[in-house]
Design a protein around this ligand. Structure first.
Ligand SMILES: Nc1nc2c(ncn2[C@@H]2O[C@H](COP(=O)(O)OP(=O)(O)OP(=O)(O)O)[C@@H](O)[C@H]2O)c(=O)[nH]1
Length: 319
């Protein structure tokens, strides 16, 4: 069986700079052959012509937005690419999907896990969310979807800081929504490609970065997306962790966009890595804890209206 093909999802609100970035990716020297799936929101596929001919194949999904009505359209496009490879008509090493500004990344991500052939032959590498430094504050205030796009990110690219300036407060706000994804400032798509590829956001690994905002807003907006970081100093019982997670998911799976953790389990010398997207989660043993390394657990939950106290209490009960 060939190695699965890595796939990168580019998301971000209208005008955030997704096409600009994609053009840069296609022109950069990275030795990858990239296939592109573009989603034009019921428009003429103008972006195709903007991208030039560097992509191995550009599939345009035009029938609305891949996130909702036409989730199958995305699955069909992915299967179509696989058939092209099997027939020998297509050859590519990586797939990039550009979502529309109004796409919810959740269903797009789930397409990679829900269909057997797709989940076997593609490997979702990472979700890259672009945020327009000029407009993001207003968009985040007004649209829960703009927050969800940030909440799902493995990497956040802050665009247009050439106009908006350093945007420190916005970066704090983004880290409050998603404490897990590093934020990089990118002007006109100029970014080091190595930051975007092999992110392994959906592979169990120990790359759990947690941003620590220096301050928090005085007034917490209600019903917004944010992250909760839980640190636990003492090793946990495996069964108890799974009971708590099952209980949380039974009630709050729809609130949880993404969660990830590195856990110290009582009686085991290895670290336990786990991560999930809404209802889907998995866990795997990692390397041994090193001598002198504190056997402490850290979990990050990103979601909408998270029951913070309940999550904290459930885990605090073990301390
Ligand atoms: N000044 C400045 N302009 C930028 C930057 N990045 C993108 N733009 C401009 O912003 C506009 C929108 O960029 P696109 O790349 O089309 O954005 P998009 O996210 O693909 O937009 P939609 O397809 O509408 O969702 C274009 O005019 C870009 O040239 C940046 O870092 N600085």
């Amino acid at each position: 069986m060939d190695k699965p093909l890595p796939a990168t999802i580019l998301t971000g609100f209208f005008g955030a700079g997704k096409t600009t970035l994609l053009r840069h990716i296609l022109q950069a020297e990275h030795g990858e052959k990239i296939a592109v799936i573009e989603n034009e929101f019921g428009e003429v596929p103008i972006d195709n012509s903007l991208l030039g001919d560097r992509a191995t194949r550009i599939t345009t999904l035009s029938n609305g937005c891949i996130c909702c009505s036409s989730a199958n359209e995305l699955a069909d496009a992915l299967l179509d690419l696989l058939e092209g490879i099997d027939r020998g008509d297509l050859d590519f090493t990586r797939l990039v999907i550009e979502c529309t500004g109004m796409a919810d990344p959740g269903p797009v991500i789930q397409t990679f896990f829900s269909h057997p052939a797709i989940s076997e032959r593609f490997l979702l590498d990472g979700v890259i969310t672009l945020v327009d430094a000029v407009h993001a504050d207003g968009q985040l205030n007004e649209f829960a979807l703009a927050q969800a796009q940030v909440g799902f990110a493995d990497r956040i690219l802050l665009t247009k800081t050439d106009i908006a300036g350093e945007s420190g407060a916005l970066v704090e706000r983004l880290q409050h929504i998603n404490a897990r994804a590093p934020v990089y400032r990118v002007v006109n798509g100029e970014v080091d490609i190595s930051l975007l590829f092999n992110v392994e956001g959906f592979i169990l690994n120990d790359r759990l970065t947690v941003a620590r905002p220096r301050f928090r807003p005085l007034i917490e907006p209600q019903n917004t997306i944010r992250s909760i970081v839980v640190n636990l100093a003492k090793p946990l019982e495996l069964q108890t962790v799974s009971d708590v997670m099952e209980r949380l998911l039974a009630t709050y799976a729809d609130n949880l966009l993404r969660y990830k953790g590195i856990l110290a389990i009582d009686g085991d010398s290895r670290r336990l890595l786990f991560q999930g997207v809404q209802r889907l989660y998995n866990a795997d043993w990692d390397r041994d804890w090193r001598d002198g390394e504190p056997r402490a657990s850290v979990l990050v939950f990103i979601g909408v209206s998270l029951p913070e106290q309940e999550i904290r209490d459930a885990f605090a009960a073990f301390e």
